[in-house]
Each structure stands twice: as C-alpha cells, then as structure tokens.
Design a binder for this molecule. Sequence first.
Ligand SMILES: CC(C)(COP(=O)(O)OP(=O)(O)OC[C@H]1O[C@@H](n2cnc3c(N)ncnc32)[C@H](O)[C@@H]1OP(=O)(O)O)[C@@H](O)C(=O)NCCC(=O)NCCS
Length: 131
Amino acid sequence: MEDHSERAKKFAEDLVLRYKTLLAFNDDLVCGTISWESRGGLDDGIVEIIGLGVNEEFKRQGIATKLVSAMIESAVQFYSSNGYSLRVILLFMESTNEVAREFYLANRFNEVSVIPSLYPHDDASILIRHL
Ligand SMILES: CC(C)(COP(=O)(O)OP(=O)(O)OC[C@H]1O[C@@H](n2cnc3c(N)ncnc32)[C@H](O)[C@@H]1OP(=O)(O)O)[C@@H](O)C(=O)NCCC(=O)NCCS
C-alpha cells in the first residue's frame, strides 16, 4: 500500500471516517493505529477489530498491546453508556500471519475457525476474545 498513494489515501479516509480509530503517538509521530466497529445490534455486544498496525521502528515495545487495551476500554464505555455490555471482540486475519497470531494469542484471543480462501491469497483465521 505504501507504493500506492491513492490506496493509502482511501485506507486513511476509511480509518478516520468509517471506523472508530485510535492512534498511538510518539511525540508528534503516529506509531500505531487500531480500528474497530460494532457488529450486529448493540444488544449482541460484539466488536470487530478491522485493523491493527504498528510502524516498523516501534514494534515489540508493547504499543499494540496498549492499543488493544485502550480500544477495549473505549468500547466497554461506549456499550455501557448505551445501556449494553461488550461481550466479544472478534477479528479476521490472514492465516499465514504468524506474527499477528503470536500477538493475539499473547493478548488472550483464541483462534476458533478458519475460512478457506476468504482472501485472494490466503485463508482467514477467526480469533475471538470474550470479556
Ligand atoms: C502484530 C503487531 C500489531 C504487533 O505490534 P507490537 O506493538 O509489536 O506488539 P507488542 O509489542 O504489544 O507485542 C505483545 C506480544 O505479542 C507477541 N509478539 C509481538 N510481535 C511478535 C513477533 N514478531 N514474534 C513473536 N511474538 C510477537 C509477543 O508475545 C509480545 O510480547 P513480548 O514482546 O513481551 O514477547 C505488529 O507486528 C504489526 O503491525 N504487524 C503488521 C500488521 C499486522 O499484522 N496486524 C495484525 C493483523 S490485523
């Protein structure tokens, strides 16, 4: 995507306009982002993580862990302020993404299923975390 400025622009627009997004800053540099949205009705209590990424030079410093915690805090607050409870966090990821798998397993997610060929070049793993 870094080589395709139009796609990068559209991706950034989606993060800001379509999803709820948190940014992690180091001084005035964005070093990571997480985006999510509610799934189903609020009474289902389900949030899907749409994207999570940390810039290369900031990896392995606990930033994604902090982003996931901050996202959960924000989503719990959002649901409870509407009279509901957040129950489940769900995400789809490329099955061959071993780093993401290690990350999510370390953050109390479980891999519950695989959808063959969901992505053009990979299967999709579904991970969930119950609160
Ligand atoms: C996955 C990703 C978001 C992790 O971000 P991060 O800020 O480096 O993660 P953290 O520092 O919070 O790591 C927490 C734990 O996850 C695991 N982990 C993270 N990166 C790992 C790696 N490269 N190899 C093995 N385990 C890893 C470790 O258990 C780590 O704890 P430790 O450092 O104490 O051993 C980051 O590597 C990334 O942006 N990858 C590219 C985008 C992506 O794949 N996003 C997820 C799919 S939506």
